[in-house]
Design a protein around this ligand. Structure first.
Ligand code: NDP
Length: 448
Protein backbone atom coordinates (compact mmCIF):
# COMPACT_ATOMS: atom_id res chain seq x y z
CA UNK A 1 0.00 0.00 0.00
CA UNK A 2 2.86 2.40 0.86
CA UNK A 3 6.14 2.55 -1.01
CA UNK A 4 7.98 4.96 1.29
CA UNK A 5 9.65 3.02 4.11
CA UNK A 6 9.19 5.73 6.73
CA UNK A 7 5.49 6.17 6.00
CA UNK A 8 4.98 2.40 5.94
CA UNK A 9 6.76 1.93 9.30
CA UNK A 10 4.72 4.61 11.06
CA UNK A 11 1.45 3.37 9.58
CA UNK A 12 2.20 -0.17 10.75
CA UNK A 13 2.84 1.19 14.23
CA UNK A 14 -0.56 2.92 14.18
CA UNK A 15 -2.16 -0.35 13.04
CA UNK A 16 -0.52 -2.22 15.91
CA UNK A 17 -1.49 0.33 18.54
CA UNK A 18 -4.87 1.48 17.27
CA UNK A 19 -6.02 -1.43 15.14
CA UNK A 20 -9.39 -1.31 16.92
CA UNK A 21 -10.04 2.27 15.74
CA UNK A 22 -11.24 1.87 12.12
CA UNK A 23 -12.24 5.47 11.44
CA UNK A 24 -8.95 6.78 12.81
CA UNK A 25 -6.95 4.30 10.73
CA UNK A 26 -8.92 5.29 7.63
CA UNK A 27 -8.13 8.97 8.15
CA UNK A 28 -4.41 8.33 8.79
CA UNK A 29 -4.12 6.09 5.76
CA UNK A 30 -5.72 8.64 3.46
CA UNK A 31 -3.41 11.40 4.63
CA UNK A 32 -0.29 9.23 4.60
CA UNK A 33 -0.90 8.21 0.98
CA UNK A 34 -0.52 11.89 0.04
CA UNK A 35 2.52 12.47 2.23
CA UNK A 36 4.91 9.91 0.70
CA UNK A 37 6.50 12.36 -1.78
CA UNK A 38 6.68 15.06 0.90
CA UNK A 39 8.65 13.05 3.44
CA UNK A 40 10.87 11.77 0.64
CA UNK A 41 11.70 15.37 -0.29
CA UNK A 42 12.11 16.51 3.34
CA UNK A 43 14.31 14.07 5.29
CA UNK A 44 14.18 16.44 8.28
CA UNK A 45 10.64 15.23 8.96
CA UNK A 46 11.80 11.66 9.52
CA UNK A 47 14.87 12.86 11.46
CA UNK A 48 12.53 14.72 13.81
CA UNK A 49 9.97 11.92 14.12
CA UNK A 50 7.23 14.19 12.77
CA UNK A 51 4.88 11.46 11.53
CA UNK A 52 5.22 9.39 14.72
CA UNK A 53 4.29 12.46 16.74
CA UNK A 54 1.54 13.59 14.37
CA UNK A 55 -0.47 10.37 14.82
CA UNK A 56 -0.23 10.40 18.61
CA UNK A 57 -2.60 12.90 20.30
CA UNK A 58 -0.93 15.17 22.83
CA UNK A 59 -3.70 14.24 25.25
CA UNK A 60 -6.90 12.15 25.24
CA UNK A 61 -9.44 12.85 27.97
CA UNK A 62 -12.23 10.33 28.47
CA UNK A 63 -14.76 10.89 31.22
CA UNK A 64 -18.04 9.86 32.79
CA UNK A 65 -21.01 12.19 32.30
CA UNK A 66 -23.73 11.40 34.84
CA UNK A 67 -27.00 13.33 34.69
CA UNK A 68 -30.66 12.93 35.65
CA UNK A 69 -33.47 12.58 33.08
CA UNK A 70 -36.98 14.03 33.39
CA UNK A 71 -38.19 10.87 35.16
CA UNK A 72 -35.52 11.27 37.83
CA UNK A 73 -33.46 8.32 36.54
CA UNK A 74 -29.68 8.52 36.51
CA UNK A 75 -28.16 8.35 33.02
CA UNK A 76 -24.49 7.81 32.28
CA UNK A 77 -22.75 8.76 29.04
CA UNK A 78 -19.14 8.89 27.92
CA UNK A 79 -17.43 12.18 27.21
CA UNK A 80 -14.25 12.70 25.16
CA UNK A 81 -11.84 15.46 24.30
CA UNK A 82 -8.88 14.68 22.09
CA UNK A 83 -6.24 17.42 22.17
CA UNK A 84 -4.37 16.29 19.13
CA UNK A 85 -1.81 18.87 18.11
CA UNK A 86 -0.98 22.37 19.35
CA UNK A 87 2.01 23.14 17.10
CA UNK A 88 0.39 26.13 15.42
CA UNK A 89 -2.17 27.29 18.00
CA UNK A 90 -4.55 26.28 20.79
CA UNK A 91 -6.50 23.07 20.13
CA UNK A 92 -9.63 23.87 18.13
CA UNK A 93 -12.42 21.61 16.93
CA UNK A 94 -16.05 20.80 17.55
CA UNK A 95 -18.02 18.67 19.96
CA UNK A 96 -20.31 15.95 18.57
CA UNK A 97 -23.22 14.44 20.49
CA UNK A 98 -24.30 11.25 18.73
CA UNK A 99 -24.69 7.59 19.74
CA UNK A 100 -22.00 6.63 17.19
CA UNK A 101 -19.32 8.70 18.97
CA UNK A 102 -16.37 6.57 20.07
CA UNK A 103 -12.71 7.30 20.74
CA UNK A 104 -11.99 6.21 17.16
CA UNK A 105 -14.49 8.72 15.71
CA UNK A 106 -13.21 11.57 17.87
CA UNK A 107 -9.61 10.73 16.96
CA UNK A 108 -10.34 10.64 13.21
CA UNK A 109 -12.06 13.99 13.45
CA UNK A 110 -9.26 15.48 15.58
CA UNK A 111 -6.58 14.20 13.21
CA UNK A 112 -8.34 15.71 10.19
CA UNK A 113 -8.80 18.93 12.12
CA UNK A 114 -5.03 19.45 12.50
CA UNK A 115 -4.56 19.77 8.74
CA UNK A 116 -7.85 21.57 8.15
CA UNK A 117 -7.06 24.27 10.69
CA UNK A 118 -3.60 24.68 9.22
CA UNK A 119 -5.13 25.22 5.76
CA UNK A 120 -7.23 28.13 7.01
CA UNK A 121 -4.03 30.10 7.63
CA UNK A 122 -5.25 30.96 11.13
CA UNK A 123 -3.33 30.05 14.32
CA UNK A 124 -5.34 27.02 15.46
CA UNK A 125 -4.19 23.57 16.51
CA UNK A 126 -6.31 20.44 16.14
CA UNK A 127 -8.73 18.88 18.60
CA UNK A 128 -12.19 17.33 18.75
CA UNK A 129 -14.58 15.99 21.36
CA UNK A 130 -18.05 14.81 22.10
CA UNK A 131 -20.21 12.20 23.69
CA UNK A 132 -22.34 9.19 22.84
CA UNK A 133 -25.32 11.15 24.24
CA UNK A 134 -28.31 11.10 21.86
CA UNK A 135 -30.32 14.33 22.10
CA UNK A 136 -33.10 12.94 19.88
CA UNK A 137 -36.36 12.88 21.83
CA UNK A 138 -34.80 14.59 24.87
CA UNK A 139 -36.46 17.65 26.39
CA UNK A 140 -34.69 21.03 26.53
CA UNK A 141 -34.25 20.55 30.28
CA UNK A 142 -32.57 17.16 29.76
CA UNK A 143 -30.25 18.61 27.10
CA UNK A 144 -29.36 21.43 29.50
CA UNK A 145 -28.61 19.06 32.38
CA UNK A 146 -26.51 16.87 30.11
CA UNK A 147 -24.53 19.89 28.80
CA UNK A 148 -23.95 21.13 32.35
CA UNK A 149 -22.70 17.71 33.47
CA UNK A 150 -20.47 17.43 30.39
CA UNK A 151 -18.93 20.86 30.96
CA UNK A 152 -18.39 20.21 34.68
CA UNK A 153 -15.58 17.85 33.68
CA UNK A 154 -14.54 19.43 30.36
CA UNK A 155 -13.86 22.84 31.94
CA UNK A 156 -10.72 21.46 33.62
CA UNK A 157 -9.14 20.85 30.24
CA UNK A 158 -10.11 23.84 28.08
CA UNK A 159 -9.57 27.61 28.05
CA UNK A 160 -9.33 30.49 25.61
CA UNK A 161 -5.55 30.01 25.23
CA UNK A 162 -5.55 26.22 25.58
CA UNK A 163 -8.45 24.60 23.80
CA UNK A 164 -11.52 26.22 22.27
CA UNK A 165 -14.31 23.76 21.34
CA UNK A 166 -17.20 24.50 18.93
CA UNK A 167 -20.27 22.68 17.61
CA UNK A 168 -20.60 19.66 15.34
CA UNK A 169 -23.37 17.09 14.82
CA UNK A 170 -26.19 17.79 17.30
CA UNK A 171 -24.26 20.58 18.97
CA UNK A 172 -25.71 23.86 17.75
CA UNK A 173 -26.60 27.21 19.28
CA UNK A 174 -28.75 25.73 22.06
CA UNK A 175 -26.04 23.35 23.29
CA UNK A 176 -23.21 25.91 22.98
CA UNK A 177 -25.32 28.29 25.11
CA UNK A 178 -25.74 25.73 27.92
CA UNK A 179 -22.08 24.72 27.75
CA UNK A 180 -20.89 28.34 27.82
CA UNK A 181 -23.18 29.19 30.76
CA UNK A 182 -21.81 26.31 32.81
CA UNK A 183 -18.19 27.18 32.00
CA UNK A 184 -18.78 30.78 33.10
CA UNK A 185 -20.46 29.67 36.31
CA UNK A 186 -17.72 27.19 37.27
CA UNK A 187 -14.72 29.33 36.31
CA UNK A 188 -16.12 32.76 37.12
CA UNK A 189 -14.62 33.89 33.86
CA UNK A 190 -16.11 35.48 30.75
CA UNK A 191 -13.90 34.48 27.84
CA UNK A 192 -14.17 33.22 24.30
CA UNK A 193 -13.72 29.60 25.39
CA UNK A 194 -16.30 28.28 22.92
CA UNK A 195 -17.22 29.36 19.41
CA UNK A 196 -20.58 29.18 17.72
CA UNK A 197 -22.00 31.35 20.49
CA UNK A 198 -25.23 33.29 20.14
CA UNK A 199 -24.94 36.91 19.04
CA UNK A 200 -26.06 38.09 22.49
CA UNK A 201 -22.90 36.75 24.18
CA UNK A 202 -19.96 37.04 21.84
CA UNK A 203 -20.90 35.07 18.74
CA UNK A 204 -19.81 36.03 15.24
CA UNK A 205 -22.16 36.97 12.47
CA UNK A 206 -21.99 34.42 9.63
CA UNK A 207 -20.71 31.59 11.89
CA UNK A 208 -23.96 29.65 11.49
CA UNK A 209 -23.75 29.93 7.71
CA UNK A 210 -19.98 29.52 7.46
CA UNK A 211 -19.47 25.82 6.71
CA UNK A 212 -22.22 25.57 4.08
CA UNK A 213 -21.41 28.93 2.49
CA UNK A 214 -17.68 28.14 2.57
CA UNK A 215 -18.31 24.81 0.86
CA UNK A 216 -20.01 26.61 -2.04
CA UNK A 217 -17.30 29.29 -2.26
CA UNK A 218 -14.68 26.55 -2.47
CA UNK A 219 -16.68 24.60 -5.08
CA UNK A 220 -17.21 27.75 -7.12
CA UNK A 221 -13.49 28.57 -7.04
CA UNK A 222 -12.50 25.02 -8.04
CA UNK A 223 -15.04 25.03 -10.89
CA UNK A 224 -13.72 28.37 -12.11
CA UNK A 225 -10.04 27.40 -12.01
CA UNK A 226 -10.24 23.80 -13.22
CA UNK A 227 -13.27 23.83 -15.51
CA UNK A 228 -13.88 27.50 -16.43
CA UNK A 229 -17.35 26.83 -15.10
CA UNK A 230 -19.58 27.74 -12.13
CA UNK A 231 -22.53 26.57 -10.03
CA UNK A 232 -24.91 28.56 -12.22
CA UNK A 233 -27.55 26.27 -13.78
CA UNK A 234 -26.20 23.08 -12.17
CA UNK A 235 -28.35 20.39 -10.55
CA UNK A 236 -27.01 19.67 -7.08
CA UNK A 237 -27.66 16.78 -4.67
CA UNK A 238 -27.12 17.56 -1.00
CA UNK A 239 -27.39 15.05 1.86
CA UNK A 240 -28.31 15.95 5.43
CA UNK A 241 -30.63 18.69 6.60
CA UNK A 242 -28.63 20.07 9.49
CA UNK A 243 -26.48 23.14 9.83
CA UNK A 244 -24.07 22.42 6.98
CA UNK A 245 -26.69 21.10 4.53
CA UNK A 246 -29.10 24.00 5.07
CA UNK A 247 -26.58 26.73 4.43
CA UNK A 248 -24.91 24.86 1.56
CA UNK A 249 -28.35 24.71 -0.03
CA UNK A 250 -28.92 28.41 0.60
CA UNK A 251 -25.63 29.51 -0.99
CA UNK A 252 -25.86 27.04 -3.89
CA UNK A 253 -29.30 28.45 -4.69
CA UNK A 254 -27.99 32.03 -4.43
CA UNK A 255 -25.25 31.08 -6.91
CA UNK A 256 -27.83 29.86 -9.42
CA UNK A 257 -27.86 26.10 -8.81
CA UNK A 258 -30.94 23.92 -8.41
CA UNK A 259 -30.70 21.76 -5.27
CA UNK A 260 -32.98 18.76 -5.60
CA UNK A 261 -32.46 16.70 -2.42
CA UNK A 262 -32.34 16.83 1.38
CA UNK A 263 -32.05 13.95 3.85
CA UNK A 264 -31.74 12.85 7.46
CA UNK A 265 -30.76 9.56 9.05
CA UNK A 266 -34.19 8.06 8.23
CA UNK A 267 -34.48 8.87 4.51
CA UNK A 268 -34.29 11.46 1.75
CA UNK A 269 -36.57 13.73 -0.25
CA UNK A 270 -36.29 14.45 -3.95
CA UNK A 271 -37.93 17.60 -5.22
CA UNK A 272 -37.54 17.93 -9.01
CA UNK A 273 -38.65 21.58 -8.81
CA UNK A 274 -35.84 22.46 -6.41
CA UNK A 275 -35.84 22.29 -2.63
CA UNK A 276 -37.97 24.90 -0.84
CA UNK A 277 -35.39 25.89 1.76
CA UNK A 278 -37.77 27.92 3.91
CA UNK A 279 -39.80 24.78 4.40
CA UNK A 280 -36.71 22.73 5.35
CA UNK A 281 -35.74 25.45 7.83
CA UNK A 282 -39.23 25.41 9.27
CA UNK A 283 -39.13 21.62 9.70
CA UNK A 284 -35.57 21.31 10.98
CA UNK A 285 -34.83 24.58 12.75
CA UNK A 286 -38.42 25.47 13.62
CA UNK A 287 -39.54 22.30 15.36
CA UNK A 288 -36.73 19.73 15.01
CA UNK A 289 -38.96 17.59 12.76
CA UNK A 290 -38.10 14.81 10.30
CA UNK A 291 -37.40 15.46 6.61
CA UNK A 292 -40.25 13.10 5.64
CA UNK A 293 -42.61 15.96 6.50
CA UNK A 294 -41.31 17.86 3.45
CA UNK A 295 -42.88 15.38 1.02
CA UNK A 296 -46.18 15.55 2.96
CA UNK A 297 -46.24 19.31 2.44
CA UNK A 298 -44.91 19.70 -1.13
CA UNK A 299 -46.74 18.39 -4.15
CA UNK A 300 -44.47 16.54 -6.55
CA UNK A 301 -41.77 15.85 -3.94
CA UNK A 302 -40.93 12.22 -3.15
CA UNK A 303 -39.80 10.69 0.14
CA UNK A 304 -37.76 7.48 0.25
CA UNK A 305 -36.72 5.53 3.34
CA UNK A 306 -32.97 5.04 3.81
CA UNK A 307 -30.40 7.78 3.37
CA UNK A 308 -28.12 6.01 0.88
CA UNK A 309 -30.68 6.41 -1.91
CA UNK A 310 -29.98 10.14 -2.06
CA UNK A 311 -26.98 9.29 -4.28
CA UNK A 312 -29.19 7.61 -6.90
CA UNK A 313 -30.71 10.97 -7.85
CA UNK A 314 -29.15 12.29 -11.09
CA UNK A 315 -27.11 15.45 -10.51
CA UNK A 316 -24.15 17.42 -11.86
CA UNK A 317 -22.64 18.08 -8.43
CA UNK A 318 -22.89 16.12 -5.17
CA UNK A 319 -22.31 17.85 -1.83
CA UNK A 320 -22.41 15.27 1.00
CA UNK A 321 -23.25 17.17 4.20
CA UNK A 322 -24.41 14.51 6.70
CA UNK A 323 -21.79 12.17 8.15
CA UNK A 324 -18.72 9.96 7.64
CA UNK A 325 -18.65 7.15 5.05
CA UNK A 326 -22.04 8.10 3.61
CA UNK A 327 -20.84 7.57 0.00
CA UNK A 328 -19.42 4.11 -0.62
CA UNK A 329 -17.93 2.72 -3.82
CA UNK A 330 -21.34 1.62 -5.12
CA UNK A 331 -22.94 5.03 -4.52
CA UNK A 332 -19.95 6.76 -6.14
CA UNK A 333 -20.41 4.53 -9.20
CA UNK A 334 -24.10 5.38 -9.35
CA UNK A 335 -23.38 9.11 -9.10
CA UNK A 336 -20.93 8.91 -12.00
CA UNK A 337 -23.26 6.74 -14.10
CA UNK A 338 -25.96 9.38 -13.64
CA UNK A 339 -23.74 12.21 -14.85
CA UNK A 340 -22.19 13.64 -11.68
CA UNK A 341 -18.73 15.12 -12.31
CA UNK A 342 -18.06 17.04 -9.09
CA UNK A 343 -18.03 15.92 -5.43
CA UNK A 344 -17.14 18.47 -2.76
CA UNK A 345 -17.43 17.40 0.87
CA UNK A 346 -19.33 19.36 3.52
CA UNK A 347 -19.31 16.49 6.02
CA UNK A 348 -16.10 15.08 7.45
CA UNK A 349 -14.78 11.99 5.60
CA UNK A 350 -18.13 11.29 3.89
CA UNK A 351 -16.48 9.22 1.13
CA UNK A 352 -15.07 5.75 1.74
CA UNK A 353 -11.64 4.92 0.23
CA UNK A 354 -13.52 2.92 -2.44
CA UNK A 355 -15.59 5.98 -3.36
CA UNK A 356 -12.50 8.18 -3.59
CA UNK A 357 -10.91 5.62 -5.91
CA UNK A 358 -13.95 5.92 -8.19
CA UNK A 359 -13.69 9.73 -8.23
CA UNK A 360 -10.02 9.48 -9.15
CA UNK A 361 -10.44 6.81 -11.83
CA UNK A 362 -13.32 8.71 -13.43
CA UNK A 363 -11.59 12.10 -13.29
CA UNK A 364 -14.13 13.84 -11.07
CA UNK A 365 -13.42 17.21 -9.57
CA UNK A 366 -13.06 16.09 -5.96
CA UNK A 367 -12.87 18.64 -3.12
CA UNK A 368 -11.91 16.82 0.11
CA UNK A 369 -13.52 17.72 3.41
CA UNK A 370 -10.52 19.21 5.13
CA UNK A 371 -10.36 21.89 2.46
CA UNK A 372 -13.98 22.20 1.32
CA UNK A 373 -15.60 22.38 4.76
CA UNK A 374 -12.94 24.46 6.51
CA UNK A 375 -15.17 27.54 6.41
CA UNK A 376 -16.79 26.65 9.74
CA UNK A 377 -13.60 26.51 11.72
CA UNK A 378 -12.25 29.51 9.81
CA UNK A 379 -15.11 31.69 11.04
CA UNK A 380 -14.70 30.14 14.49
CA UNK A 381 -11.15 31.48 14.31
CA UNK A 382 -12.57 34.87 13.34
CA UNK A 383 -14.97 34.64 16.31
CA UNK A 384 -11.93 34.12 18.58
CA UNK A 385 -10.27 37.18 17.05
CA UNK A 386 -13.37 39.30 17.62
CA UNK A 387 -13.65 38.08 21.24
CA UNK A 388 -10.02 39.02 21.88
CA UNK A 389 -10.49 42.41 20.28
CA UNK A 390 -13.81 42.94 22.12
CA UNK A 391 -15.28 43.85 18.75
CA UNK A 392 -17.97 42.59 16.44
CA UNK A 393 -17.54 42.69 12.69
CA UNK A 394 -20.48 43.04 10.30
CA UNK A 395 -21.94 40.07 8.42
CA UNK A 396 -20.47 41.31 5.15
CA UNK A 397 -17.01 41.75 6.67
CA UNK A 398 -16.96 38.19 8.04
CA UNK A 399 -18.46 36.79 4.84
CA UNK A 400 -15.80 38.52 2.74
CA UNK A 401 -13.03 37.11 4.96
CA UNK A 402 -14.62 33.67 4.63
CA UNK A 403 -14.64 33.99 0.84
CA UNK A 404 -10.98 35.05 0.83
CA UNK A 405 -10.00 32.15 3.09
CA UNK A 406 -11.82 29.56 0.95
CA UNK A 407 -10.21 30.96 -2.21
CA UNK A 408 -6.83 30.83 -0.51
CA UNK A 409 -7.39 27.22 0.62
CA UNK A 410 -8.20 26.21 -2.94
CA UNK A 411 -5.17 28.06 -4.32
CA UNK A 412 -2.78 26.59 -1.74
CA UNK A 413 -4.06 23.08 -2.42
CA UNK A 414 -3.89 23.55 -6.17
CA UNK A 415 -0.34 24.91 -5.99
CA UNK A 416 0.75 21.96 -3.83
CA UNK A 417 -0.86 19.51 -6.26
CA UNK A 418 1.17 21.06 -9.06
CA UNK A 419 4.38 21.09 -7.03
CA UNK A 420 4.04 17.35 -6.43
CA UNK A 421 3.26 16.52 -10.05
CA UNK A 422 -0.49 15.88 -9.79
CA UNK A 423 -2.15 19.12 -10.88
CA UNK A 424 -5.80 19.24 -9.85
CA UNK A 425 -5.49 16.41 -7.27
CA UNK A 426 -7.01 18.54 -4.53
CA UNK A 427 -6.86 15.77 -1.93
CA UNK A 428 -3.11 15.47 -2.32
CA UNK A 429 -2.83 19.25 -2.39
CA UNK A 430 -4.86 19.80 0.78
CA UNK A 431 -3.02 17.11 2.72
CA UNK A 432 0.39 18.38 1.65
CA UNK A 433 -0.32 22.08 2.18
CA UNK A 434 -1.96 21.49 5.56
CA UNK A 435 0.77 19.13 6.74
CA UNK A 436 3.80 21.17 5.72
CA UNK A 437 3.00 24.14 7.96
CA UNK A 438 2.34 21.92 10.99
CA UNK A 439 5.44 19.79 10.34
CA UNK A 440 7.70 22.83 10.03
CA UNK A 441 6.31 24.25 13.29
CA UNK A 442 6.88 20.91 15.03
CA UNK A 443 10.48 20.74 13.82
CA UNK A 444 11.10 24.35 14.90
CA UNK A 445 9.72 23.76 18.41
CA UNK A 446 11.90 20.71 19.14
CA UNK A 447 10.95 17.26 20.35
CA UNK A 448 7.75 17.57 22.38
P1 NDP B 1 -26.24 18.64 12.30
O1 NDP B 1 -26.42 17.87 13.55
O2 NDP B 1 -26.73 20.03 12.22
O3 NDP B 1 -26.87 17.84 11.07
C1 NDP B 1 -26.45 16.55 10.75
C2 NDP B 1 -27.31 16.03 9.61
O4 NDP B 1 -26.77 14.79 9.16
C3 NDP B 1 -28.74 15.73 10.05
O5 NDP B 1 -29.58 15.89 8.96
C4 NDP B 1 -28.64 14.27 10.47
O6 NDP B 1 -29.87 13.58 10.45
C5 NDP B 1 -27.70 13.73 9.42
N1 NDP B 1 -26.97 12.58 9.98
C6 NDP B 1 -26.26 12.53 11.13
N2 NDP B 1 -25.77 11.31 11.35
C7 NDP B 1 -26.18 10.57 10.30
C8 NDP B 1 -25.99 9.22 9.93
N3 NDP B 1 -25.28 8.38 10.70
N4 NDP B 1 -26.55 8.80 8.77
C9 NDP B 1 -27.27 9.66 8.00
N5 NDP B 1 -27.49 10.95 8.29
C10 NDP B 1 -26.95 11.40 9.42
O7 NDP B 1 -24.66 18.57 12.00
P2 NDP B 1 -23.80 19.48 11.02
O8 NDP B 1 -24.60 19.91 9.86
O9 NDP B 1 -23.12 20.49 11.86
O10 NDP B 1 -22.66 18.44 10.56
C11 NDP B 1 -22.78 17.64 9.39
C12 NDP B 1 -21.39 17.19 8.95
O11 NDP B 1 -20.58 18.33 8.68
C13 NDP B 1 -20.61 16.37 9.98
O12 NDP B 1 -19.80 15.44 9.31
C14 NDP B 1 -19.73 17.43 10.64
O13 NDP B 1 -18.57 16.85 11.22
C15 NDP B 1 -19.37 18.27 9.43
N6 NDP B 1 -18.90 19.62 9.72
C16 NDP B 1 -19.68 20.49 10.46
C17 NDP B 1 -19.20 21.77 10.70
C18 NDP B 1 -20.05 22.79 11.38
O14 NDP B 1 -19.64 23.95 11.39
N7 NDP B 1 -21.20 22.46 11.93
C19 NDP B 1 -17.86 22.19 10.27
C20 NDP B 1 -17.19 21.23 9.44
C21 NDP B 1 -17.70 19.98 9.22
P3 NDP B 1 -30.64 13.24 11.82
O15 NDP B 1 -31.29 14.50 12.22
O16 NDP B 1 -31.59 12.16 11.43
O17 NDP B 1 -29.59 12.76 12.79
Amino acid sequence: MFTNEYVKRVYQQVERRDGNQPEFLQAVREVFESLEPVVAKHPEYEANGVLERLVEPERVVKFRVAWTDDQGRVQVNRGYRVQFNSAIGPYKGGLRFHPTVTESVVKFLGFEQILKNSLTGLPMGGGKGGSDFDPKGRSDAEVMRFCQAFMTELQRHIGQFTDVPAGDINVGGREIGYLFGQYKRLRDEYSGVLTGKDMTFGGSLARTEATGYGLCYYTQEALKALRQDSLQGKTVSISGSGNVAIFATEKAQQLGAKVVTASDSDGYVYDPDGIDLNLVKDIKLGHRGRIKEYADRVQGAEYHEGCKGVWTVPCDIALPCATQNEIDEESAGTLVANGCTVVCEGANMPSTPGAIAVYQEQGLLYGPAKAANAGGVAVSGLEMSQNSLRLQWTFDEVDQRLKDIMTDIFQKSYEASKEYGKPGDLMLGANVAGFTKVADAMVAQGVL
